[in-house]
Design a protein around this ligand. Structure first.
Ligand code: PLP
Length: 397
């Protein structure tokens, strides 16, 4: 089976940079990102917007996103220090399982705005760190609840046995222990249960989280000031033109806010914010026909762009023709479907399979689209000791 990947508009700045770089490169289109996040912001009136830094910690991207978002969600001491250095003053939420005592102390010292606490034991350790610093930590209890059918999120992290968040009984135990935890102020509930949800499913899931949180607070006579319903907004790698419908999402989510809750509704998307503004640029090094199938061996590979291997999809791509050809022998070319692979010595190093991408020649540039989230930063860049990709910001803002 072959796939025709729909054309994705490539800006002149991205194409120019792709032709300029000498090896594989990440090209981040900051002008595109600026417009994209501004559009998300305009469509999410009534919601507080955090950005999940784990999607892409590139400082250039974070600076643009932070201009539009209410704050950033970090999930490790490393991300915390990185964000403090590159985006000083950004309001921070600190989440993630397995926080160490050193990370909690660093977060307290950095003046983190909200702590997403994942277990009773973590709550006690945070109480100690905050008490030692003479501050009170504002906490959202991260819960792992079942919200019923979420509509087929591709990555389910909640409502099933998982290391993320706490079961409702443990959340009950946390509240019961609050009199003994004077440095903790529980201001709300947090849940991130799945990724890859469309607007309707994501809003329904958020509504169920809001309902659960409101009921939880009522039962415990807890003043519920905030609910963070997480991220997980879909990015359709097979249908790049189908963007997450932020307006529909926020309208539906806000319509599901239960009576009795008039606090802040917060979201923390990652992928759907930065995915579209990143490109992975490569060149066709070799083109071969093997047992009836064409392969384009591209500079770099899944050790730079792990996303297609991690998610099991074909990375959308555009071939940019390069006319100059200086070798004395003829240039190899094909118009048939091509499988685009990298330079690694493993059959798993596949970026896109059997793609009808038009004519492909050795020396042409291949621009892999939607490479701005969970791409370079989740990749095993040292495997085989190839050079790391260059990172360039284009369309600077
Ligand atoms: C706690 C938490 N919040 C937010 C996100 C961002 O999710 P996404 O990038 O799917 O929007 C994640 C991703 O794993 C997460 O674990």
């Amino acid at each position: 089976m072959t796939t025709t990947i729909p054309a994705i508009p490539v800006t002149e700045a991205v194409t120019r940079a792709a032709l300029e770089v000498s090896g594989p490169a990440y090209l981040y289109d900051l002008a595109h990102l600026d417009a994209h996040v501004a559009a998300i912001r305009a469509r999410t009136t009534g919601l507080e917007l955090l950005h999940a830094v784990k999607a892409n910690p590139d400082p250039g991207l974070l600076k643009v996103i932070a201009r539009h978002a209410d704050g950033l969600e970090v999930a490790s001491g490393g991300e915390l220090a990185h964000v403090r250095e590159h985006v000083p003053g950004a309001l921070l939420a600190f989440g993630g399982p397995g926080k160490t005592d050193a990370e909690l102390a660093a977060a307290v010292a950095a003046g983190v705005h909200r702590y997403h606490v994942e277990s009773f034991s973590e709550l006690r350790r945070l109480n100690r760190a905050a008490a030692e610093a003479g501050v009170v930590a504002s906490v959202l209890l991260r819960v792992n609840i079942s919200t019923g059918d979420t509509g087929g999120g591709v990555l389910t992290m909640g409502g099933v046995p998982s290391p993320f968040g706490m079961d409702p009984v443990e959340a009950d135990a946390c509240v019961a222990a609050l009199p003994d935890l004077p440095a903790i102020d529980v201001v709300g509930v947090h849940a991130h249960l799945a990724s890859g949800l469309d607007a309707e499913a994501c809003a329904a899931q958020g509504g169920a989280i809001l309902l659960w949180a409101t009921e939880f607070a009522r039962r415990h006579r807890l003043g519920l000031r905030e609910v963070n319903v997480g991220g997980g907004m879909s990015v359709e790698y097979g249908r790049p033109a189908e963007l997450f419908d932020w307006q529909k999402y926020s309208r539906q989510l806000l319509s599901l806010v239960p009576q009795g809750f008039d606090g802040v509704v917060r979201v923390e998307p990652g992928r759907a914010v930065s995915a579209y503004s990143g490109w992975y640029a490569s060149r066709v090094l070799d083109l071969k026909r093997s047992h009836g199938e064409w392969f384009a061996v591209c500079a770099g590979g899944t050790h730079h762009l792990r996303t297609p291997a991690a998610k099991g999809h074909d990375q959308p791509l555009v071939v940019v023709p390069v006319e100059s050809w200086t070798e004395p022998w003829p240039r190899r070319a094909t118009e048939e479907a091509v499988t685009f692979v990298g330079q690694l010595c493993t059959p798993k190093d596949v970026l896109a399979r059997r793609i009808e991408a038009g004519p492909v020649r050795v020396g042409d540039v291949v621009l892999f689209a939607m490479a701005g989230a969970y791409a370079y930063n989740i990749s095993h860049s040292d495997f085989l000791m190839h050079p790391r990709p260059e990172v360039r910001h284009v369309g600077a803002r």
